[in-house]
Ligand binder design. Structure first.
Ligand code: SAH
Length: 342
């Protein structure tokens, strides 16, 4: 797929086609604008003919807009796989939430993305396409970028698709592409420890977000199978390494599940666990998923917990709920339109 290519790879591709080198930048710019071959005006027909089989393909299977400006799109790829991407509008800019896999194999008990297991990894270009699509829909181009931030928080576990995800990070932050700074990119993981080290050692500096959701291993194992593979203490050590290498404050996500992880005992334990770390806690009242029995706490309760954490010296905020009227939680839209079986 042509969107997988960096500019220097595009130059090699163009050379392989027997074309002049300057064509590479023209094709690359057309890709960044997500142009169809018909829309490209500066390439000769015979060259278009040569690149046709490698051009990207996607279809918009669903496009939902919320009252608050959130827009959720289900994208279908050539093999019928469907992924979800979300645009979140903030005062400071436009954030795109991308999926990194079709489905997920992490099996978190509260998450809709994992209901049908993992279908396949997305390629770097397929992840990039989600950002390019929203940039285009917002009226942006390769020169005038409208998407300012990216979060890897859609379907899939980014660190379970390491090579494609890191290639995507390079592509989306490259100066000849959308040039989105790694400072404006957040990667969320359930905590695949070896790949947290790898990310730091490979020189990436995105904001690392850890889906913690429990203050001890015992409770974490009940809601996140990955907790059987890595202890919280191992995750925190990896976070320390990431912080040492990048200087970037780590963010911990904590989805509040009624009667499971929201008691005073758990909140105090969480504060003790994170005490003295340069970090931030993002509290998310669980988005109830139809297929699961777990329910979220009220926003009022979430604010109380944030207050308590702050008092105990931990920086904490409650994540704004956005797009609730358009199937907010991860994977819900895809499941509803049948993407799970695609
Ligand atoms: N696999 C990555 C990215 C997943 S989604 C990860 O685990 O971090 C981003 C966040 O949403 C994660 O913290 C995930 O645990 C959380 N999440 C998933 N389902 C949710 C739900 N129903 N309600 C609230 N948060 C949820």
């Amino acid at each position: 797929m042509i969107l997988d290519l960096s500019l220097s790879e595009m130059e090699k591709y163009v050379e392989y086609l027997g074309e002049k080198k300057f064509r590479a930048k023209q094709i690359f710019d057309a890709c960044t604008q997500l142009k169809s071959l018909e829309e490209i005006t500066n390439l000769p027909q015979n060259l278009k003919g040569k690149i046709k089989k490698d051009w990207f393909f996607y279809e918009i299977s669903a496009d939902l807009q919320s009252k608050d400006g959130t827009r959720k799109i289900a994208i279908k790829f050539a093999d019928g796989s469907i992924v979800e991407s979300v645009l979140l509008k903030y005062k400071y800019g436009n954030t795109v939430c991308v999926s990194t896999q079709v489905g997920c194999r992490m099996g978190c008990t509260f998450c809709a993305s994992t209901l049908g297991g993992l279908k396949r990894n997305l390629s770097a270009g397929e992840i990039l396409l989600q950002v390019l699509l929203f940039n285009r829909l917002l009226g942006g181009t390769h020169k005038e970028r409208k998407v300012t931030n990216v979060v890897l928080m859609g379907c899939g576990e980014p660190l379970d698709n390491y090579d494609n995800v890191t290639k995507f990070l390079r592509l989306v932050s490259s100066p000849e592409g959308l040039n989105i700074s790694q400072r404006n990119i957040s990667l969320s993981t359930c905590g695949l420890v070896p790949n947290i080290y790898r990310l730091a050692d490979d020189g990436f500096s995105v904001t690392l977000t850890i889906s913690l959701h429990a203050p001890n291993d015992e409770l974490r194992k009940q809601i996140m199978p990955i907790a059987n593979a890595y202890k919280i203490s191992e995750i925190l050590q990896a976070c320390d390494h990431y912080f040492d290498k990048t200087g970037r404050r780590i963010c911990f996500e904590y989805s509040l599940i009624d009667g499971v992880n929201d008691g005073d005992k758990e909140v105090e334990e969480l504060a003790r666990l994170l005490h003295g770390r340069s970090c931030h806690v993002n509290l998310i009242p669980l988005n109830s998923v139809k297929e699961k029995k777990l329910v979220g706490v009220s926003r009022a309760k979430a604010y109380k917990i944030a207050e308590k954490l702050e008092k105990l010296g931990i920086s904490a905020t409650v994540r704004r709920t956005m797009g609730e009227d358009i199937e907010g939680a991860c994977g819900q839209l895809r499941n509803r339109i049948g993407g799970q079986n695609a």
